[in-house]
Design a protein around this ligand. Sequence first.
Ligand SMILES: [Zn+2]
Length: 467
Amino acid sequence: MKRIVAFVCLLVVQCSMLFGMEDRLKQTGASSGEIKSAERRDLTQEEERWRKAAEDQAAAELKQEQAAREQRGETAITAGEEFLRGRLKFLRTPLAPRVPALEKEQKKKLDLAKVLPESAGDAEKRAAAAKASQEALAKAAADAKTAASRSALMPAIPLVNVGSTCFANATLQCLFQLPSLQTMVLGLGDVKTWKPVHPLEQQSINFIAQYQYLVIALQSWTPSTAFTPITFCTTMRTRVFGGARGSQDAAQFFSAFTDDLGDLKGKTPFDIAVNSTIVCHECEESSAKTETEHYLALSIAGGTLKDCLAQYMQGEELTGTEQYRCSYCNAKHDATKTLKVTSLPDILVLQLKRYTGTTAITKNTTPVSFPLVLDQANFYQGDEKAAGVVYDLVGMVNHNEPGHYTAYVKSSSDGIWRFCDDTKIAERTSDQVKAVADAGVDKVYREATPYLLFYLRRSAAASSSAA
Ligand SMILES: [Zn+2]
């Protein structure tokens, strides 16, 4: 069992590296098949030995799984086969390029005075602020053993932009105001001491450990002072973006973070079970599978969030180049794919997919209005008794052109909304936040459009006291 968990963990670590690469390729218009050999990552001998062994093992397991199914006289591919096929595909695909001398780079970056923006004051002051942040992190690392006894509540702390890291800062501000996430992360014990089964797992462990230290350090940080999250950002860039600098996609950061959490811990407060069913138009046979998602990625369809959710559940027609390979017909046919959300998460995260295009990235800036209170009926179709379950908006990550991320967060401790723009944090009234939600665009702040929405499931006690 432990081996399987480790395997899945490692797989996701690498898969997300691959998906990251695919995203980049999508953006540049290239297909996976067109990866230039110069961009392929050469594995070390040890990694190649591991890869080969893993490939052989997956191939053998797939064969067994297939044989067992055929013996049962079933034709539909099982979830196990699906998983093993994916694993094999992954193991046979080259990895994203290794970033040369990453450690050297990291050391250079830790020359802290240099990375802070000029606005943070003179070099001496900047170095002092960064040093204080490093010391707080070191203390947090020492305190991690007793983390579970800590409060899950976090203040909103100004975060220094350490070089195109607004995407991380804005997302972190939202994550900080989700108590069930902090309870989970603090409850993991000292993550840094976990032993990876394979060296490649170490990056996931480091990533989650740095988030844990950040939470502990910020809980006792003076809210009026800016914190410099350079260690977190460097670790996160290494893990999620192969060390690439520059601005990145907030959703990709969030996705990798929650995937790693899921792999290390199994369950996360973000887990949504999504059941997808594909019906072949030729034979009318259907094939279904259920997958755990950490957020719903919604295409922009109409001017309201409800429109986008309705479109998501209504499904899509797989035609033309998107045709579905039907295992009953053993041929490609038109098909209908529908999605059904069958479990209610504690934290519901919605992404408005604003980026499209294969040759050039274009941003869909259509305003999409969304409610401060979202009823489960708008997205849930499962069996759980859900009448009366509602979700409150507690955060949003906004994005504007040419590419700056900001956030609005509702404090989990004092209930006050705050606007977070790196080191600038300002209180907002609920009416001001409602104006952004109603318009679907932040008219006060450079026409920024909401991109990630964070909704928190209202507890039974809170719903009855509010009623
Ligand atoms: Zn068919």
